[in-house]
Design a protein around this ligand. Structure first.
Ligand code: TPP
Ligand code: MG
Length: 317
């Protein structure tokens, strides 16, 4: 595949996630989505770069900010919209919502409302992959906020000790809810990795090509060695902690600078400079809009489960 075809694929994949989240934001504002949702706008390069090198048998455990990670792994958009809108066509029949989305048929082990909750799930899955011997791996997505949780240390220790094929993928957006991470965490992920004899890699998420190149190298190494590795990607969180959080606690100058570090705009400029016509990029936008509206309509056409149906699933018969 030519370099330009690959870049266009990544552009489409990142725009798809961005447009889904913009649509989710509007649906949430309109009252069509109950509960909290957390957007990955500004962080799309991570899931897109990693997922290029994952197969359907590789597994991922994702965070509360997990839409991008799930879509990039292959989650059907109609199942995503339906789940968030509380409809029966959702991945968990609309009972889980954004922070419990799961689809084992594509290796999506589930989103987590518990900070750090993805780590032990991925570690367990990595043990299963090792016992299975088929060369698959597990990815534990987590935010910088999880570094202050004890479970991170337990999981990286066990994965290193037992030589488990687990990628510890830290999306470092510098924020943990409404606090800058440096007010929450005094350590250093690179040094933590070294302390557990685990290889560590870092890149800026602004450039999806950099994420992709590093991801290929790391994922190949994990498959070959069956050893865990840490990959930290520095990204920007464009929206509030949750949709509806106005981010009054953020300095407007800092926020504007963060929003200027947009991986999609960055790639778009690169593609235009490469000679790709703006009309080709506009066509991608139109195609994605159609795809998303079809998914929203499928979700809307699906019924909401009755309260009795919900109770029926609490106990096995
Ligand atoms: C164990 C636990 N502690 C605290 C919370 C409350 N909480 C929800 S999200 C969050 C911040 C998470 O920050 P980070 O891991 O960096 O992810 P980000 O939101 O930046 O993507 C916190 C503290 C929680 N959900 N679970
Ligand atoms: Mg964070």
């Amino acid at each position: 595949m030519s370099e330009i075809t690959e870049l266009l694929q990544m552009y489409r994949a990142m725009c798809r996630i961005r447009k889904v989240e913009e649509r989710l934001s509007a649906l949430h504002k309109a009252g069509d989505i109950p509960g909290f949702i957390h957007s990955s706008m500004g962080q799309e390069s991570v899931a897109v770069g990693i997922s290029r090198y994952l197969t359907v048998r590789d597994t991922i455990a994702v965070t509360h900010r997990g839409h991008a990670q799930s879509i990039a792994k292959g989650l059907a958009l109609s199942a995503l919209f339906a789940e968030l809108m509380g409809r029966e066509a959702g991945t968990c029949r609309g009972l889980g919502g954004s922070m419990h989305i799961a689809d084992s048929s594509i290796g999506l082990l589930g989103a987590n409302g518990i900070v750090g909750g993805s780590l032990p799930i991925a570690a367990g899955s990595a043990l299963a992959h090792k016992l299975d011997g088929a060369g698959n791996l597990a990815v534990a997505y987590f935010g910088d906020g999880a570094l202050a949780e004890g479970i991170f240390h337990e999981c990286i220790n066990l994965c290193a000790l037992w030589s488990l094929p687990c990628l510890f993928l830290c999306e470092n957006n510098g924020w943990s809810e409404f606090s800058p991470s440096d007010e929450q965490f005094s350590g250093d992920l690179k040094k933590f990795a070294a302390a557990f004899n685990v290889a560590y890699h870092f890149t800026e998420g602004l450039d999806v090509s950099a994420v992709t190149q590093m991801a290929e190298h790391i994922i190949d190494a994990i498959r070959t060695t069956s050893k865990p590795q840490v990959f930290e990607v520095s990204v920007e969180r464009f929206h509030g902690h949750y949709e509806g959080d106005a981010q009054a606690y953020r300095d407007p100058v800092e926020l504007a600078a963060a929003r200027a570090r947009d991986p999609i705009a960055h790639l778009r400029e690169h593609l235009l400079a490469f000679g790709i016509a703006a009309s080709i990029l506009a066509q991608i936008d139109v195609e994605l809009t159609v795809e998303i509206e079809i998914a929203v309509n499928v979700a809307r056409a699906s019924p909401v489960l009755s309260t009795n149906d919900a109770f029926a699933m609490v106990y096995a018969s």
